[in-house]
Design a protein around this ligand. Structure first.
Ligand code: RFL
Ligand code: PHB
Length: 389
């Protein structure tokens, strides 16, 4: 078999790239380790930057997003039993859209199927060969039967635990990592969201986040020990803890109910440099991870895809390889800024086990500065809605 681009991973990064390439007449095959149902069952991101929304529109998927997504012009930051608002519209003249990653992925799968684009599910033993030569190829197995695909380029969109990053030899690859000493326990519940906007709360008991998917589907998170298991948390224990971490005014109006999903995510910052090895390009979580506090994971994956798509388009349609050669440097410049913002928001809002009295005072002073200073609010708004591509 032969194609122009083999895309490893059928998560949002891989699917988005495959659809953008298809619109430009560039052939690709997506290889996904799991089933479609499995990928769609992962509850993850909820907040889309304008850049991601525009990419969805570019592949013809703007309609449902526009009809069902919720435009958020601001967000609330809570501490000391009160909250203040960061007004994105006033500060930076743009907004974000609340539309779940599950819906993004569902839309992309539907489009891929409708357009007849190739996706192979349940692939095993994916191996990327000859990435440093002009003739790379990928082998994989389905039900024990091996297939070989020859290609021009390989896009490694296979998430943090994928094989693509490991293909870059260890003496070429440099990895930067910070593991936070806590996780997020997240629940989904068929209840109306506590507020029209997201609430990011710093509390003495740890961080909490009130988010949503739609008018009757809420997504809430509380900071918890890394070692906790979802089974350790009854619904009652979760609601009780959430109420104790958000301002009384919000806690009083919080509508609780049975949870329909409960999971724990560890928090990590991670970057692999370079994001390119010969004809292999890393995109999204395969190359970098952020703690979810700044809502940057999916959005940073989207900017990688934007750069790679344009690089491949210039190569095939304009015979211009500048984008291909500069992909890693260009993507990393934006990645590190998203890493910085996510680390900053995480540090501002969480309780750390080794935090001293002094550290706590610094956190409080920084929150007060953000509350009282217009320039600080502008910096936060600019980063939260997404830096330009
Ligand atoms: P994914 O989504 O992990 O998809 C990778 C796909 O590759 C497949 N795969 C393989 N396929 C073939 N062969 C192999 N060897 C393979 N190994 C793996 C996997 O099965 C999978 O289908 O990576 P991708 O596409 O780069 O997308 C990244 C995003 O999923 C991620 O950054 C976000 O979910 C992060 N994130 C958030 N991002 C935001 O922008 N805004 C948010 O509000 C936000 N909230 C979150 C989040 C992540 C969270 N968790 C659970 C980590 C909230 C949470 C709780
Ligand atoms: C979510 O709705 O899942 C969500 C929203 C904002 C974040 C992280 C997760 O920062």
């Amino acid at each position: 078999m032969r194609t122009q681009v083999v895309i490893i991973g059928g998560g949002p990064s891989g699917l988005l790239l495959s659809q953008l390439l298809l619109k430009s007449g560039i052939d690709s095959v997506v290889l996904e380790r799991k089933t479609k149902e499995y990928v769609l069952s992962r509850i993850r991101a909820g907040v889309l930057e304008r850049g991601m929304v525009n990419l969805m529109k570019e592949v013809g998927l703007g309609d449902r997003l526009e009809a069902e997504g919720f435009v958020h012009d601001g967000t609330l930051i809570a501490a000391n039993n009160e909250s203040f608002r960061i007004d994105f519209a006033k500060q930076i003249g743009t907004s974000v859209v609340v539309y779940g990653q599950t819906e993004v992925t569902r839309d992309l799968y539907e489009a891929r199927e409708k357009d007849g684009g190739a996706i192979v599910f349940n692939v095993e033993d994916v191996v990327i060969n000859n990435a440093k030569t002009d003739a790379p190829y990928v082998t994989y197995k389905v039900d024990g039967v091996e297939t070989r695909i020859d290609c021009d380029y390989v896009a490694g969109c296979d998430g943090f635990h994928g094989v693509s990053r490991q293909t870059i030899p260890q003496d070429v690859r440099r990895e930067y990592e910070k593991v936070y000493p806590f996780g997020w326990l997240g629940v989904l519940s068929e209840t109306p969201p506590v507020d029209d906007e997201l609430i990011y709360a710093n509390s003495p008991r740890g961080f909490a986040l009130c988010s949503m998917r739609n008018a009757n589907l809420s997504r809430y998170y509380v900071q918890c020990p890394r070692t906790d298991k979802p089974e350790d948390w009854s619904d009652d224990a979760f609601w009780d803890e959430l109420k104790r971490r958000i301002p009384d005014e919000a806690a009083d109006k919080l509508i609780t109910g049975p949870t329909i999903e409960k999971s724990i995510a560890p928090l990590r910052s991670f970057v692999c440099e370079p994001m390119q090895y010969g004809r292999l390009f890393l995109c999204g979580d395969a190359a970098h991870i952020v703690p979810p506090t700044g809502a940057k994971g999916l959005n940073t994956a989207a900017s990688d895809i934007h750069y790679l798509y344009h690089a491949l388009r210039d190569h095939y349609l304009e015979k211009d390889d500048a984008g291909i050669e500069g992909y890693s440097a260009k993507a990393l410049l934006r990645v590190w800024k998203a890493e910085r913002f996510s680390w900053w928001m995480t540090t501002l809002l969480h309780r750390f086990p080794d935090q001293t009295e002094f550290d706590l005072k610094m956190q409080q002073a920084e929150i007060a500065f953000l509350r009282d200073n217009d320039a600080a609010q502008k910096v936060m708004a600019e980063n939260y809605v997404g830096l330009p591509y």
